[in-house]
Design a protein around this ligand. Structure first.
Ligand code: SF4
Length: 341
């Protein structure tokens, strides 16, 4: 379950393919209810639902690296044995201190050994450098596409950028780089543009199969022009320093120090939200959290207070993947957009 804290570069350097658990859906959430109580987040429950129904993508998994990101991930990992999926935990610190970085690097070495034994391939300085270059190239291309969101009538919507990141998380950079180049060529010549009430989206990540972006952009005339989500901008904003003499430290500094995860102490997202809000000319913020996603909900009152102090309208949305209350959510979004338009 990708939340932006693990360097995929290491997996690619070992000659393996990183495939992230990024699917979410209402039917699978219900299937997951057989395993986990409703106090686990919908993403966690639906992940087990996808394993239960033997989704073709998840059937490709040979082994898993499970970052100890939050309770949701922990609860899912308790059941991996049941689905015969071998896994290794990747213990994640909560702070960005020097000692936390040392601990993180120690864990990376553990994963390096695991990957080398599992694949039979040695991770060499050159293979790691190549992987870092490849990911940096992909991130740079994604940033170029993302920059189109700053336009007055942008040719891309939040949904489009999310789709590119979801694909990258599923098929890796080798396949994605030509695809993103193709998208960029199309964007240079496109006449299509979008309009709507410009929004910044923060909170829990959006999974492939979740309908919230369609609801905001297709049904409510909103336009998500920026975000700070692990499922979108946080994935590609920061590169790894490929000129560093210690590439492992460079990975640690990128993934531990520069992520925008709500679980980190201190949480550095507010500053970036204010920055993106101006840069992408947003008119309001939707703070979306999945139920029981503590990592992204515990600072909601603080977010609301600081955003208000900056005269930024904010809508707090708490939801799961079930569609029973979709009408109510739609009404709240529409009322918010009407207020700020
Ligand atoms: S961060 Fe939130 S949505 Fe993601 S697995 Fe953890 S609890 Fe679930």
């Amino acid at each position: 379950m990708q939340h932006g804290l693990f360097p995929d570069e290491l997996v690619v350097a070992a000659g393996a393919v990183p495939l992230h658990l990024i699917l979410g859906g209402k039917d699978e959430q219900e299937l997951g209810d057989y395993y986990l109580s409703a106090t686990t987040c919908p993403f966690g429950r639906s992940t087990l639902g996808f394993f239960e129904k033997k989704h073709p993508l998840y059937s490709l998994i040979d082994t898993m690296i499970v970052g100890t990101f939050c309770n949701g991930v922990q609860n899912v990992s308790n059941y991996l044995e049941y689905f015969n999926i071998p896994f290794i935990p990747f213990i994640l610190p909560h702070s960005r201190t020097r000692s936390a970085l040392n601990f993180y690097l120690h864990e990376l070495k553990k994963i390096q050994t695991f990957l080398e034994e599992f694949t039979g391939n040695k991770i060499t300085p050159q293979s790691l450098l190549n992987a870092i270059h490849t990911y940096n190239e992909m991130r740079n291309l994604l940033r170029k596409v993302n920059d189109y969101r700053k336009f007055e009538n942008p040719p891309v919507r939040g949904m489009d950028i999310h789709q590119l990141v979801w694909q990258a998380l599923l098929i890796g950079p080798q396949e994605m780089i030509p695809k993103i180049k193709h998208v960029l060529r199309q964007l240079e010549n496109t006449t299509s543009n979008h309009s709507g009430v410009r929004l910044l989206l923060t909170g829990s990540g959006i999974t492939l199969g979740d309908s919230i972006l369609q609801l905001i952009e297709d049904q409510c005339a909103g336009l998500v022009v920026a975000d700070d989500l692990w499922s979108c901008m946080d994935y590609f904003l920061e590169d790894v320093d490929s000129t560093a003499s210690d590439l492992y430290r460079a990975l640690g500094e990128r993934y531990l120090y520069k992520n925008l995860c709500g679980r980190m102490i201190p949480d550095i997202r507010l500053q970036r939200i204010l920055e993106f809000y101006d840069l992408f000319h947003a008119s309001g913020v939707i703070n979306h959290t999945l139920k029981y996603c503590d990592s992204y909900s515990n600072l909601k009152p603080e977010f609301r207070k600081i955003l208000k102090l900056n005269n930024i309208p904010v809508l707090d949305l708490d939801r799961d993947y079930a569609e029973s209350n979709i009408g109510q959510i739609k009404t709240r979004i529409e009322a918010f957009l009407e207020m700020i338009a």
